[in-house]
Design a protein around this ligand. Structure first.
Ligand code: NAP
Length: 290
């Protein structure tokens, strides 16, 4: 069993760190808001640290799951940051969804310290984290990844190396690009069904068995038809992710016309107070602006 640290006990990080503890690893945790770390140590076996550096000292693996590029920079660098605590030959695993740019920047610092780096964003949401069935898309060198994979298995349904450092974040971008267009299509279809006087649930019962079926259709159509969005993956998060996709697309010369439009639709949802709503709230926008 390994000595590990987990930084960032949010919706995703809290249960992931819990799985590490339940897999009998020795876990130290740090969370900026201390109350979350206190409740984590009451629920699971592990220690609470007062800085990312303290949590990371002497650990073989250090995990982070924080919000955005600047947050990751903040927890990794600086005199009380993760890298100040990590020793040579230890491995840093980043589960945050961030840009490839910040990933490369932090990887180069880690490399200069002799620390291994795996970018490992996840898909599967809160339920996937709690049930230990996340899809994890990774970037990093083969040896480092092989070691990290063994530890991540305790909360993964699938964990795969997609290429060198940054490839995990690029794969997560593909995931978000695919979801954005798909959700807008689903919102338009369900809204159209209602306007046409059809029963949305019956429509889905039939078409979900054919070529139109999707995870979003299976798991979101009922709440979309009821107008319930107070759960799930927040629009604010999706805009952060689509911003990363659009910036990267510009750098690599990829065209993302649909993603750009859906990003603006999410901006509309934020303007009507829906920043915390689930991403399936695109149907509410259609109804609101109809
Ligand atoms: P969250 O609940 O908002 O948690 C964010 C965590 O990061 C909290 O522990 C927060 O500390 C910490 N944090 C943020 N900025 C920090 C800073 N500057 N310094 C120190 N700590 C900081 O978010 P989440 O839902 O767990 O998401 C985490 C990451 O996973 C994001 O990149 C998100 O895009 C990605 N993700 C989320 C989901 C999902 O369904 N939620 C799914 C896939 C991927 P405090 O407690 O002090 O705020």
């Amino acid at each position: 069993m390994a000595n590990v640290a987990f930084i960032g006990l949010g919706v995703m990080g809290y249960p992931m760190a819990g799985h590490l503890s339940q897999a009998d690893h020795q876990v130290s945790v740090f969370n900026r808001t201390q109350a979350k770390a206190s409740s984590w140590t009451k629920q699971y076996s592990g220690k609470m640290a007062s800085t990312p550096k303290e949590a990371s000292e002497g650990k073989e693996y250090v995990f982070a799951c924080v919000s955005k590029d600047d947050d990751l920079r903040e927890v990794c660098t600086g005199e009380n940051g993760i890298f100040a605590g990590m020793s040579e030959n230890s491995i840093f695993i980043d589960h945050s969804t961030v840009s490839e740019k910040v990933t490369r920047e932090l990887y180069s610092i880690a490399r200069s310290l002799g620390v291994g780096y795996v970018d490992a964003p996840v898909s599967g949401g809160q339920a996937g984290a709690e049930n230990g069935v996340l899809s994890i898309m990774c970037g990093g060198n083969e040896d480092t990844y092989a070691k990290a994979e063994k530890i991540m298995q305790c909360y993964a349904r699938i964990c795969r190396r997609m290429g060198p450092t940054g490839a995990g974040q690029l794969t997560k971008m593909v995931n978000q690009i695919c979801i954005a267009g798909l959700l807008q299509g689903l919102a338009e279809g369900l809204n159209f069904a209602s306007k046409a006087g059809l029963d949305g649930n019956s429509v889905v019962e039939v078409i979900s068995k054919g070529a139109a079926g999707s995870w979003q259709m299976d798991n979101r159509h009922e709440t979309m038809l009821k107008g319930e969005f107070d759960f799930g993956f927040a629009v604010d998060w999706m805009r952060k992710d689509l911003g990363i996709c659009l910036d990267t697309a510009e750098e690599i010369g990829a065209s993302l016309p649909m993603t750009a439009v859906v990003d603006q639709f999410y901006k509309d949802i934020q303007s009507i107070g829906g920043g915390r709503w689930d991403t399936s709230s695109l149907i509410k926008r259609l109804q609101y602006f109809d």
